[in-house]
Design a protein. Structure first.
Length: 146
């Protein structure tokens, strides 16, 4: 199987993550659960980068809940490697939005993992689903050039 690299994906944003020793397991590579933490970190930084950080959601009376996550492991990552965690908001539905991720080792561009997180916009008080904020749609369109 041919490994992909970062240029095979359509990402305009990434954040670096240096693998800490505590994130590795007895086998010497990153414990699988930490990739979701990396995704969450990149998602938060992506929202800031597009000008629609989490605080903007809260100010408008909207929060969001994660309802689905997926990570596909392509290769191993090791202590002290720097990973580039690429992120984008790939799909915005009526109430849900899907963040997509690709993880690559920074020096070799080795394809380490990919996945997604689906979030649902909810009213902060009632916690019932509400339409995804129009401001989010506009911020993504501006940033991604779509």
């Amino acid at each position: 199987m041919k490994h992909k690299n970062a240029t095979d994906f359509m990402y305009r944003f990434f954040c670096p993550v240096q693998v800490r020793y505590v994130e590795t397991d007895q086998q010497g590579h990153v414990f699988f659960g930490h990739y979701l933490t990396y995704f969450d970190f990149a998602l938060t930084e992506y929202l800031k980068a597009i000008g629609y950080g989490y605080d903007r959601f809260l100010e408008s009376g909207i929060d969001f809940f994660y309802v689905e996550s997926l990570c596909q492991y392509r290769d191993r990552a090791f202590f002290d490697e720097v990973l580039h965690v690429h992120a984008r908001l790939g799909k915005i539905g009526t109430t849900s939005f899907t963040f997509q991720f690709g993880v690559f080792e920074s020096n070799s561009q080795r394809f380490v993992a990919n996945g997604h997180i689906v979030a649902v916009a909810v009213d902060r008080k009632t916690q019932k689903p509400v339409p995804a904020p129009e401001g989010l749609r506009k911020a993504v369109a501006r940033f991604e050039g779509v």
